[in-house]
Design a protein around this ligand. Sequence first.
Ligand SMILES: O=C(O)C1=C[C@@H](OP(=O)(O)O)[C@@H](O)[C@H](O)C1
Ligand SMILES: C=C(OP(=O)(O)O)C(=O)O
Length: 467
Amino acid sequence: MPIQQYSEPEFDPYGDQRAAGSLDTGRWMAPVAGTPLAAVLPLPGSKSLTNRELVLAALADAPSLLREPLHSRDSALMIEALRNLDVSIEEREGEGGYGPDLLVTPPEELTGSTSIDCGLAGTVMRFLPPVAALALGPVAFDGDESARRRPMRTTIESLRAVGADVTDDGRGALPFSLFGTGSVRGGEVQIDASASSQFVSGLLLAAARFDEGLTLRHVGEHLPSLPHIEMTIAALAARGVVVESPEVGLWVVQPGAISGLDVRIEPDLSNAAPFLAAAIVAGGTVTIERWPASTTQVGADLEQLLPLFGAEVRREGADLTVEARGLRDGGPLPGIDLDLSRGGELAPAIVALAALAGGPSRITGIGHLRGHETDRLAALAAEINGLGGAVTELEDGLAIEPRPLAGGLWRTYEDHRMATAGAIIGLAVPGVEIEDIRTTSKTLPQFPELWKRMLGEAPAPTSGLAF
Ligand SMILES: O=C(O)C1=C[C@@H](OP(=O)(O)O)[C@@H](O)[C@H](O)C1
Ligand SMILES: C=C(OP(=O)(O)O)C(=O)O
């Protein structure tokens, strides 16, 4: 059954909370899993693919059609921002039940004299400044209060290095302004992308439109989220732009045109993580439909990661299924020792599972999560410890000791993945109350509805599964 589109008036993803009177606050009592799961779930489009394709469509030399794109706060912010730069984005009836497709028509010339609200979206704040630098006229960037804490210095300094005029207050963060002249010189640039792969992706997405193209070298200590850079390179290749990478941390893009494209967006495999993790906690099976046969999405790593917790992962046609015995029948999960630098986006779900394990875990390579929607290392440690856990922050990760957990408030820090991590723990621990489930609208507004559907709408039992 296709998922309903969140913007359709008859669909209310917060219906339960409205009935319970908690809609105004977003408070959400995480349901405990009673019986083993047997869920088959559709998932909406990938945030990372949708926002890349929107940017590339805006820079292309012909219209593009995005089929089955994500419709969420992050994609809405990207659409709004591009419209402010004079890009035409029209809704077209979609086929799969995932909401409208998007027809994107680039303007003759991108126009500034506008402002861009980045919300809390890393893809908007790191991908759009190079686009705005190509526009004619000033563009002011700002975002949510918490967005002003996310690292932006590399974007600001690299744009100056390619010849753009940027003014900021020197904090290396939002807000800042660009004064576009209609073109960007480009050329050779060195950056430190240790804090985010999005600094690299943002420059590469626009580089073919720079007068001299771009030779970009990463000189920092870490390069996180490599699959997201590969996703950028693949999205460019599909539009006729070759990114040469003669060595790790060096990318060369020649100046040239970006083609229009008719492209179907894959489901968001990172958003599959909490649902697939649920099978490990509750037992039974969770199946995600339309799992791509091959992909650059780091969520594909779940196929290797979830078996570390004893799950079986199998593909049948276009479905991916995770089957597990669950805490009730299978006992505590094994602890794990993992470098997650490739897939920091998956860390909150993996850490939630580790918090339910019977042995110690270390998850490293994720120091850059301190610059995500919130400082995710501090937030995960604080919230798990608040339920009775024993999590220690490391310089680049978390160490998790096994402890029995008890219910309590799980704060969400405006972070969608904090909310879903709390929901995973709440499957096994009665009384976990998520502070604001509405944060999931950043990339998956249907989360409460899908979670309920996954649980078969069974009434929550009173006893937990863990320990
Ligand atoms: O390019 C992208 O679409 C993303 C890159 C990653 O950012 P970081 O490298 O900052 O972790 C990822 O965590 C984020 O959710 C999306
Ligand atoms: C880090 C994330 O988002 P953003 O694109 O805002 O960086 C995320 O979704 O986990």
